[in-house]
Structure formats: C-alpha cells, structure tokens
Design a protein around this ligand. Sequence first.
Ligand SMILES: [Zn+2]
Length: 428
Amino acid sequence: MHKQNFKIILSFLLIFSSTFILSQKKFTIVLDAGHGGSDHGANRSYADIGRVAEKDVTLAVTLKVGAMLEKNRDFKVIYTRKFDEYPSLSDRTNLANRSKADLFVSIHCNSSQRPTAYGTETYVQGPNQNDENLEVAKRENDVIFLDEKDKQTFGSYNPSSPESLIALKLQQNKYLESSLLLGGLVEGNFVNKDKRFSRGVFQKNLHVLRMNAMPSVLIETGFINHPEESHYLASEKGQNEISESIYNAIIDYKKAIDRKTGGSVSVKKPEVERPAETPLKNDFRILLLSSPIKYNEGDPALKGLNYILPLKDNGLYKYYYGVTNMASVKDINLKTAKDAGFRNAYAVGFMPNQKLLTGYYTIEVYAGEKLNGNSFILQTLKDVERNKESGVFYYTYGKVFTLEDAVKLQKDLESKGIKNSIIQKVFK
Ligand SMILES: [Zn+2]
C-alpha cells in the first residue's frame, strides 16, 4: 500500500472513530397518534361538548408527550403524524423500522358495545406472531443485537444461518419483555398518579405491533363511548394527565433499559478491542433425543425447534439440533434445547468431512407399508433400495461417505419434493 494512501485512510479512520465516540447516541422514539384524516376512529357526540373523535384526542396527547420528550436531549422524537392526516399502518411501521427506532408508542382511544366499559389498557405484541415478527426483524435489522453481550456472542451476522435465527428469536423475546415493562409502567401511572381504572396489559396481534422491529406498545387511553371518560379524554386536564403518565413511563423505561445494558446509551464508551473467538476443530450438534420413533418436521415431540437433523443409527432415530463450530453458540444452542424441554440434551462433536471407514450414509426416503410402483418416490427416484424388517418396508437411496455429503444429498431430494427423509448410517 502507498504510504500516502495509508495516511489518508488512517486519518479518515481517526476522524470517523472520534466522531463516533463523541456523538451521543440518542434514544429514538416513534410516537404514533392513532387514526387521522378521513379515519376518525371511535367517536361520539355529547350534548354539552359536542363530538369527541379518537383521532383528535390521540393527536393532542401525542403532541403533548412529544413536546415533553423533545425538551430532554437524550431523546430523538419522530412523529408518524403531527396533523389531521392519515398515514397508512404500513407507513407508520415502515417509518419506525427505517428510523431504527428504539421504541414505538401508539396512542389510541377505546370504544365498546357495552356502554359501561371504561378504563385504560396497553397492548404489546401477540403470542402467535413470532414468525412474522421474525421475518420483519430479519429484514429490518442488519445490526440486530440489543446489548454488548449479544454482540460478542453473535459477532458475525449472517441472516440465513441457524445461529443468527436463534439470536433473532432471543431478540424477539427481549422486545416482548421490554414492551411488557413499558406497558406495566404506563398502566401503573394511570392507576397511581391519575387514580384511573386499568384493565391491564395484554398481548394482541395488531399490525403496528406485529410489523415493528423494536419494542412497541399500543395504549388505549380510555373509552370514547363512556360519558364520564369521554369528557376526561376531551378535556385539557385529562389530556395533560394522560400525556404526563405516558411521558413518565417512557423516562422510567429508558432508565431501566440503561441499567440493564450497563450504563446510559447516551454515553458512548470507546469500544474495547477483544480477541475474536477462535473456531473449534469440530462441529457441534445438540443431541435432543434418541428414539425408535420417526418424527417428522413440526411434530410436537420436537417442541417447536427447527434446524433439526435426524440421523438413523443402529435402528434408533437420533435428533440433533443446530450446528456450529463456535463454543459460545454451542452453549446457547444447548441452552435453547434445554429451555425447550430437552432436559437431557447434550452437545456432540462431529469432525468435519470425516469419512466413514466401515460403512456409509444413505437416505431413508420412506418407512411403512410397501410402496406402489406408481408412488411419487418410486416414480421420482431410480435405484431405490428396499428392505423389510419386522413387517416394515424401508426404502433407502444413495451411498455417500461423509455426513456433509449426506446432508447435500438429502437437500437434493427435498428439492425434488421428497420430504421428511432421514440420513441413515449403515455399518458394513
Ligand atoms: Zn384506535
């Protein structure tokens, strides 16, 4: 490298790193006033105060929360709307994701068929939306980790690797945990500070919660169709109290998160150089269970874990989870397996590309009743071997000598439509 070029690069690096260290990382919060424009949300007319519309209450409260936050230099506030207009739900979540926001707060009012319903409630992302949420997280996060510890563990991020997916799942849980924390603080303030009735914090599958790659809450500040509460929602006093309660909750939330991540995120400490983890010589898979029973992908016996490699060995099906040559990821995979309910799981080392000396690998493509000559498998594959053992017909295909080649062969078969096959070790 030319000396001159080296100097230029060096000074660039210095400028870059010093601005990086000096610039304070602000906590970015997206405030979302529900509804707007032609979408009025819940609304009801009263003889004394006229029509109370959700879109007006949500905007007033949102602007008040934002004005308080903007006075605090730790925060960067982004609004999905500041006027009486209607951004679509995707506009709102896209804005939050693009901004790499740290928190998303959507403000709404409730309504009910029952005229007696009243009180506040806060929603967090629902229990059954993890897959979709995971897709969003994959798409939106190139730097996906909340804290330094995770960053070290999953330093190199490859979105398609099983390790990264496990990391993303862990992160989803953290989002949910954080959202529940904020929800509890908001509802707590409504009860303790404003002496209101809280219906609680709930999980619900809502677009603005589902499509965000960050902790997110949706606050129902009260019932528009409940006369007393509606008057409160429309009043200056009510809107001030509600926005103060939300503001205080956000401040306490940030403090709690800062404590968790070890110091305020607004003070960027210089990064300490730490040696990269050295890969292990062997690959490690987690042995979940050995069983004479064949379980297909998605079977409840596999407790929701993906990336399982079943391996038939001496008449037993062995189910292995994950594969890695990093000790830290191996530990996390083992913990994930134990958390999923495989208490006796343990890590097994596989020497990469090890050739079987006595025997070979083949793919068991089917086990059960005798296959008809017109069956999909026999029509698709030539040279399928058939064996009968205690009344069961076993069909196998191919002969390779390393596990890696067997996995490759199995993938080939899968692309031909032959699913749920099993790699089998044959001793000769
Ligand atoms: Zn609403």
